[in-house]
Design a protein around this ligand. Structure first.
Ligand code: DX5
Ligand code: ZN
Length: 215
């Protein structure tokens, strides 16, 4: 059964407390929190102050996805805000090994995210240091985009790399996950499904989360 990580990005921000309560009452495993800086991606979302408030509203695992340049400048603040896992983009980190060590030294789990065009073989010499690899299945920046089918090939390749070396690394898929494609994503080898629009545009988000989990 996959872990389900609803993305709060698509929630109604005037009713964020209600969204947190709904997720707490649901079978959601993680809160997926998307931070965008308007530089690495062409959109700006929210930062540590919102995450700090969400932290007070849930005991669930807070999975913070940084779509920002120079994440090392802010890692300490995200740790203080209550992030359980910090994921940085390989494309934004020329000193990725250093970033990963920093995140772990701050007591958080470490994730690395790959854009749709970035090949998984680039992870070869860092994979054993990671808790999670996040494969973007849309171009990052916005919710409610269409799943890029080639992601399935990347999941299979990465699954092979992880299993061959008997590593304990999770594969997380982010972007365009729906009730229709979730099964094929899990069958390809994914462990964690992020879902924004599918959950928050649903008439019954709690049921949708349950359906995603049990597909
Ligand atoms: C996109 C974000 C995603 C996004 C997913 O840049 O990283 O987490 O919120 O939203 P959906 O599930 O609607 O594609
Ligand atoms: Zn995300």
């Amino acid at each position: 059964m996959p872990l389900i990580a609803p993305s709060v990005l698509t929630a109604d921000f005037l009713r964020l407390g209600e969204a947190c309560k709904m997720l707490n009452d649901s079978e959601a495993d993680w809160f997926h929190l998307d931070v965008m800086d308007g530089r690495f991606v062409p959109n700006i979302s929210f930062g540590m102050s919102i995450i700090k408030q969400i932290r007070t509203a849930t005991k669930k695992f807070c999975d913070v996805h940084l779509m920002i340049l120079e994440p090392e400048k802010y890692a300490e603040e995200f740790a203080a805000a209550g992030a359980d896992q910090l994921t940085v983009h390989i494309e934004a980190c020329p000193h990725l090994h250093r970033n990963v060590q920093q995140i772990k030294s701050l007591g958080m789990k470490a994730g690395v995210a790959l854009n749709p065009h970035t090949p998984v073989f680039l992870l070869k010499d860092i994979l054993h240091e990671l808790d999670t690899v996040l494969l973007m299945s849309v171009n990052p920046g916005f919710g409610a985009q269409k799943f890029i089918p080639h992601t399935l090939e990347k999941i299979k390749e990465l699954r092979g790399m992880i299993d061959e070396r008997k590593l304990d690394v999770r594969i997380e898929i982010d972007g365009g996950v729906t009730l229709q494609n979730a099964k094929s994503i899990v069958d390809a080898g994914a462990d964690v499904l992020v879902a924004g629009n599918t959950v928050f545009a649903s008439a019954n988000p709690i049921q949708t989360i349950q359906q995603l989990k049990q597909l």
